[in-house]
Design a protein around this ligand. Structure first.
Ligand code: GRF
Length: 191
């Protein structure tokens, strides 16, 4: 299974995916990192692992369709089976959604449909929930609205700080995402 990871930030999920591949629990290959921020730490992580990286600046294109056309050509020329969003801070447009229907995944730090969008952990803490969690879902044209593939709950204790909740969520994400990716159907020719 040939993967492209799209990320904009730290890349701890990117790392977890690479680690699962190294440990043999995920039978896949990350051929490309796509990032929209040159200063994002995930770019250096990809370079350390000698993974090809495309960094683009959306402001240099006249539209989302324009940069997605360029990305799509690259993804297709590399035979990418799945696009894995891991903290990618842009909505995916029709160009990629149509070409990769049911082949774009996202991970979100809440039990969707609760707390979509930015700062899901902060939203959950503001509501004083006792349980939040992690969702992996297919991407559609909404914000964190696509069909849910898998979820796992995380308990919020009364004295948990934001950092404590974040740490518990991340620990779940780093196990859950590789496991869900491993369960995806693979085309015969890319096995
Ligand atoms: C994760 O919490 C993920 O759920 C959300 O963005 C964050 C990315 O973190 N979509 P990282 O860059 O993988 O550390």
């Amino acid at each position: 299974m040939n993967l492209a990871v799209f990320a904009s930030g730290t890349g701890s999920n990117f790392d977890a995916i690479l680690q699962a591949i190294k440990e043999g629990t995920l039978d896949a290959n990350v051929s490309l990192l796509v990032c929209d921020k040159i200063e994002a730490p995930v770019v250096q992580k990809a370079q350390r692992h000698h993974i090809d990286t495309v960094v683009f600046n959306s402001k240099c294109y006249e539209s989302k369709a324009a940069y997605e056309e360029v990305l799509l050509k690259d993804l297709q020329s590399r035979g990418i089976d799945y696009i894995i969003l891991a903290g990618f801070m842009r909505l995916i447009g029709p160009t990629l959604l149509e070409a990769y229907e049911h082949r774009i995944l996202n991970i979100h730090p809440s039990l969707l449909p609760a707390f979509p969008g930015k700062d899901a952990i902060g939203q959950a803490l503001d509501k004083k929930v006792k349980v939040t969690g992690v969702t992996v879902h297919f991407v559609d044209n909404g914000m964190d609205t696509g069909p849910i593939i898998e979820q796992e709950a995380v308990r919020v204790e009364p004295d948990d700080t934001r950092e404590a909740v974040q740490k518990k969520i991340q620990a779940v994400e780093h196990k859950l995402y590789p496991r869900v990716i491993q369960s995806l159907p693979v085309k015969e020719e890319s096995q």
